[in-house]
Design a protein around this ligand. Structure first.
Ligand code: COA
Length: 173
């Protein structure tokens, strides 16, 4: 099957929102303890996608089949922070390939299209984040040479309160 890669537009909105929501559900299923979308979060997904499509600093790309059916999408952002070195960096926020089209190189091709966008903005470093308990994401980013350098961890308030209210070990023990 022939696939085509191109920049996304508002004509793709429905498919993009579907994939944005599917990505979030996928991550929540991989680890139910991660932060989740509220009902409102799901409701505003179309606005979130629209805002990204209109933003000059964001890039949304899609992979489609010969009939124009969207098979995957990516969203990356070019950011600049003068207090940071390197000052210009890119962040890939979303990448999603529909289940039946995975492991055929589409994810890699989508990253390439985002890279075209980022490289025109003098970006020196690309960052990504993924759910630890999402093995395909780990394998995918690892294959592309990404190295885990920062870990975001979470504990529930009650678990942390319990830990901290346990009797402290005395120095003599
Ligand atoms: C992660 C994801 C985007 C990868 O897309 P894809 O089109 O299947 O990836 P590719 O075919 O381009 O794979 C590129 C490389 O990644 C690795 N890889 C991808 N999926 C893998 C899997 N399930 N298991 C092991 N390695 C995998 C392979 O090494 C592959 O290289 P190879 O073909 O030379 O072996 C896709 O699995 C997906 O959409 N998953 C659900 C959403 C998600 O988890 N997104 C990541 C959010 S950070």
């Amino acid at each position: 099957m022939k696939t085509r890669l191109r920049e996304a537009s508002e004509n793709d909105l429905e498919a993009l929102v579907e994939m944005r929501v599917a990505l979030q559900k996928h991550l929540e299923a991989r680890d139910p303890e991660i932060w989740k979308f509220s009902q409102r979060g799901f409701e505003i997904a179309p606005l979130e996608v629209k805002a990204r499509l209109r933003s000059k600093s964001s890039y949304m790309g899609v992979a489609e089949d010969e009939n124009g059916r969207i098979l995957g999408m990516i969203m990356a952002e070019a950011a600049r922070d003068e207090y940071r070195n390197p000052e210009r960096f890119g962040h890939i926020h979303w990448v999603f390939v529909e289940e039946n089209s995975r492991c055929r190189g589409l994810g890699r091709s989508l990253v390439k299209t985002a890279l075209n966008f980022l490289s025109r903005r003098d970006i020196e470093q690309i960052t990504i984040g993924y759910v630890v308990n999402n093995p395909e994401a780990h394998a995918f980013w690892d294959k592309l040479g990404f190295v885990a350098r920062v870990t975001h961890s979470s504990a529930t308030m009650s678990a942390l309160v319990n830990k901290l209210s346990a009797p402290e070990k005395s120095e003599d023990n």
